[in-house]
Design a binder for this molecule. Structure first.
Ligand code: SAH
Ligand code: SF4
Ligand code: F3S
Length: 440
């Protein structure tokens, strides 16, 4: 191998991009690259991008603009754009920002080393194919480095739902599930390297239907039950789920599988039937509320999290109130909310947008309600005993930070404990965005 080179990678967007960035680091490891925390001493800069809202996509160009000086000083520096902006805009990126040497879509990054070699010859490299081969399989043989206690594992990619506002079906392609055995092998490997909690990832993770060695198709619940048997793996989570794919066996698993954590991200986007229809969400307000009821019957203490879009075309104050009512009814422990952003190529982008100040004001009200609910649920944890997976040291001597079953951050003093320990903790205090606890 030639001398060691340095890769600076910056990740935007969802957890699937976080997972993909790890895989890209491994792929580039095979081409002689190690990572660096600063762009200044990098031989290659890679931005793993997100296209979900206009702001996310524009950030990429302003970031690239900042690397112009660096590239002028170091002509050998290679600059690459990966992820969903790469997929959506392709060659256009190189036209708009000529310092870019390489553009790689989210389904093609196992070909990164070849592409990098091409840029070393002074050529530009572009690959936004949706190839047949399993990119994850191509990336096997990663170094057996020790890992932190919590890891992501992508099991499903892509989306066939085509919500009217969303770019994901175009940037990530059709729904594809990875085969069962490959996931199990990867999970066992993670556990050997110190992982105790795995979050199964997919844009529609609960639509998982991967093939097993026996040739039959497995549901996400069946996969979870198989992972439940893996010694040393203590916790299982999954995200993101679509309400229509919340199958009976998965709901039931929330009540019966001890390793499956009582937390569910179940985006609804809006509480208005009119808007849900215009969003092409294929579920309505009632079906969502009934689903929540069934999930809570199976697991009464489950913490629910959601996604909301406000200011969608034709959203009236009444439609917005329907969303607020739905939030009041569900009570979320966590939520992500966004002002609608028209995205090129999506059906909703053709429709007239609503007044921006109105949308901002609604977002403000919605976030205030969510913050209040979040706080109430957090406060209700005080006095309760939870289990905490210790993930890192805190700022103070002897202090450690971890996550409870409900994904709350918990700070505690634990002199003898180690990162990766699962400890019982009594919650003593609720702070703005975290809890404080004591070992029991
Ligand atoms: N597959 C997941 C979400 C993927 S995108 C799901 O269906 O739940 C994450 C979130 O971004 C969405 O849930 C939605 O709330 C938000 N989002 C997507 N497109 C958007 C747009 N055009 N404008 C504003 N928010 C958007
Ligand atoms: Fe986007 Fe809808 Fe698919 Fe989620 S389900 S990724 S919001 S199209
Ligand atoms: Fe963004 Fe692509 Fe994820 S658009 S949210 S990085 S799937």
């Amino acid at each position: 191998m030639a001398n060691e080179k340095k890769l600076f990678i910056k990740t935007y967007g969802c957890q699937m991009n976080v997972y993909d960035s790890e895989r890209m680091v491994e792929a580039m490891g095979g081409a002689g690259y190690t990572t660096t925390d600063t762009p200044d001493d990098a031989d290659m800069i890679l931005l793993n991008t997100c296209h979900i809202r206009e702001k996310a996509a524009e950030k990429v160009y302003s970031e690239l603009g900042r690397f112009k000086g660096l590239k002028a000083e170091k002509p050998d520096l290679k600059i690459g754009v990966a992820g969903c902006v790469a997929q959506a805009e392709g060659e256009e990126i190189m036209r708009r920002q000529p310092i870019v040497d390489l553009v790689v879509g989210p389904q093609a990054y196992h070909r990164l080393p070849e592409m990098e070699a091409k840029t070393q010859q002074g050529a530009k490299a572009l690959d936004t194919d949706f190839p047949e081969e399993d990119k994850f399989e191509k990336l096997k043989g990663r170094p057996k480095a020790k890992r932190g206690p919590a890891a992501f594992l992508t099991v499903q990619e892509g989306c066939d739902k085509f919500c009217a506002f969303c770019v994901v079906p175009y940037t990530r392609g059709a729904e594809v599930s990875r085969p069962v055995e490959r996931i199990l092998t990867e999970a066992r490997d993670l556990v050997e390297r110190g992982v105790r909690e795995i979050t199964l990832l997919g844009q529609n993770v609960n639509a998982y239907h991967g093939l097993s060695g026996g040739g039959d198709s497995w549901s996400l619940a069946k996969l979870i039950w198989e992972l439940d048997k893996v010694d040393g793996l203590e916790r299982i989570r999954f995200t993101t789920s679509h309400p229509n794919d919340m199958m009976d066996d998965l709901i039931e698993a929330h009540g019966t599988c001890k390793k499956l954590m009582p937390y569910l991200h179940l985006p609804v986007q809006s509480g208005s039937n009119k808007i849900l229809k215009r969003m092409n969400r294929s579920h309505d307000r009632d079906s969502y509320l009934k689903l929540v009821e069934r999930i809570r019957e199976a697991r009464p203490d489950i913490l629910l999290s959601g996604d909301f879009i406000v200011g969608f075309p034709e959203e009236t104050e009444q439609d917005f109130q329907d969303t607020m009512d739905l939030i009041e009814e569900v009570k979320y422990g966590q939520a992500f909310s966004f002002k609608y952003s028209p995205r090129p190529g999506t059906p909703a982008a053709e429709r007239a947008v609503i007044d921006d100040a109105t949308a901002s004001e609604r977002l403000y009200r919605l976030q205030a309600l969510i913050t209040q609910q979040q706080r109430e649920i957090q406060d209700s944890m005080v006095g309760r005993e939870v289990s905490v997976l210790l993930e890192k040291n805190g700022r103070l001597e002897g202090q450690m930070v971890g996550k409870s079953e409900y994904l709350h951050s918990v700070h505690l003093t634990a002199e003898d404990a180690q990162i990766g320990d699962l400890v019982r903790v009594k919650i003593v205090k609720s702070r703005t965005n975290s809890l404080a606890g004591e070992l029991v």
